[in-house]
Write a protein that binds this ligand. Structure first.
Ligand SMILES: [Zn+2]
Length: 439
């Protein structure tokens, strides 16, 4: 049996308060006991043989749940930097979709592995991914031991839509119990690429399979206007009419959510905000900085081709800064609220994680904030949200297993980078193809 004792820990709670001097005892994948340090080493008494228990002195560190990346296209990391300084239309239609049309399963596998290395380094313990080639994405996640909530992307307007839906259905039936680190759902791309009956059919399939959905909604003002022109409904209304709010739904972006849309949202709906993409592709300020208090949300990174980094913490930071700036109110988007929302990513997923509490799975970050960039520490959450980087993530643990240990990833980084070099060469060699979809 695996036993770990995080001695003398300073636990960061989800309301941004800190419980000092706690011993956290982990057995196999779970947090079994948390007690005050010096309370006679009760945790150690639980251990049959102290030698087999790894004890880490956390007295100068802070312990928090891992981070969740609530919206990613991990495989797109192989396109990081390939399409810069372009309009959003050109980014999709002249760059990304044409390149993606020539992707091979092994490109996706390698791209996801690269993304996972970066995420683990940043303390991400779970990510909600949205992509095609789901077999390759799942394999990369399983091989890397990170948690994944995987939505198989379905383009409703593609000629092989029926086949995509059938494949996604079979994929879920086959893999739904494959690991405690895996959750599966359907990923209709967006209401505009899965119009009307198609979206209803996908939602009904999700209901039959008893899974959630994950899709892009109201990303740009143009999308909302076009939807109103064509259907007299906003994308959120279209989703509501398809039954999409009856089930667990991750709404990627929702940047242009309208006041009238908010009544459709409920406690099963979580938005994933990715402000770096909105800034880079000049998608406007949208309405989320206006209505954020009325929405369940956390943070995603989108794909590396639009955000260039995969760190939900950076997105949370940008969200807070943008919010203050746009609303001209430096007292809003407070540290404690942003931290809570960052942790809320766990609530959007079906895993038993997101709190340092007895009975929860041990998905944990140990932060070393005794570095020039984060010191002095008036409040660890301020140091983390506004000053930290991956170097402050000293340990990343998933299900009681260290994936980052004393500042080093336990996975083979060199091999992944070598493979990516080859992928990059073949992407450039193959060039762009003809895309089935239009943004
Ligand atoms: Zn996306």
């Amino acid at each position: 049996m695996k036993k770990i004792l995080l001695k003398n820990s300073n636990i960061i709670n989800n309301d941004a308060t800190v419980d000092k001097n706690k011993d956290i005892y982990i057995e196999n994948s779970r947090i079994v006991k948390i007690i005050d340090t010096n309370n006679f080493n009760l945790c150690c008494e639980n251990v049959d043989n102290n030698d087999s228990c790894e004890i880490i002195d956390c007295s100068t560190y802070y312990v928090s749940p891992g981070l969740v990346n609530l919206h990613s296209h991990a495989a797109m990391n192989i396109f990081k930097g390939i399409a810069e300084d372009v309009t959003i239309d050109d980014w999709f239609n002249k760059e990304i979709f044409p390149y993606e049309s020539k992707l091979q399963p092994e490109d996706i596998y390698n791209g996801v592995k690269l993304a996972i290395l970066e995420m683990l380094n940043n303390g991400v313990t779970a990510f909600a991914d949205h992509y095609f080639g789901q077999e390759s994405v799942l394999k990369a996640a399983m091989d890397s031991k990170i948690r994944i909530d995987l939505a198989s992307t379905i383009f409703g307007l593609a000629p092989n839509y029926k086949e995509q839906l059938q494949n996604a259905k079979e994929f879920i039936s086959k893999n739904r119990n494959i690991s405690s680190r895996v959750n599966l759902r359907l990923g209709p791309h967006a209401p505009y690429t899965c119009p009307g009956e198609i979206l209803s059919e996908i939602v009904n399939t999700a209901k039959e399979l008893n899974v959630g959905i994950h899709l892009h909604v109201s990303e740009t003002k143009e999308q909302v206007d076009t939807s109103l022109d064509q259907t007299k409904k906003t994308p959120f209304e279209v989703l509501y009419e398809s039954g999409g709010f009856d089930i667990n739904t991750i709404v990627a972006h929702g940047l242009w959510v309208e006041e009238n849309d908010i009544k459709y949202l409920n406690d099963k709906t979580y938005f994933a905000f990715c402000p770096k993409t909105y800034m880079k592709l000049a998608m406007g300020e949208g309405n989320i900085y206006k209505y954020h208090d009325r929405i369940n949300y956390s943070f995603g990174t989108d794909g590396g081709a639009s955000s260039n980094t995969l760190n939900p913490l950076e997105q949370a930071r940008l969200f807070a800064l943008n919010g203050k700036f746009i609303n001209n109110d430096s007292e809003s988007f407070k540290i404690k609220d942003i931290w809570k929302h960052l942790m809320d990513g766990h609530k959007a997923l079906a895993f038993n994680t997101g709190e340092i509490k007895e009975g929860k799975d041990a998905d944990i970050i140990i932060w070393d904030l005794n570095r020039p960039n984060t010191f002095p520490i008036y409040n660890p959450v301020i140091s983390i949200l506004y000053s930290s980087n991956s170097e402050n993530v000293l340990y990343t643990m998933i299900e009681g297993e260290f994936i980052k240990y004393k500042g080093k990833l336990t996975l083979d980084e060199k091999e992944v980078l070598n493979n990516i070099s080859n992928v990059q060469s073949s992407i450039l060699e193959r060039g762009k193809g003809k895309s089935n979809v239009n943004y």
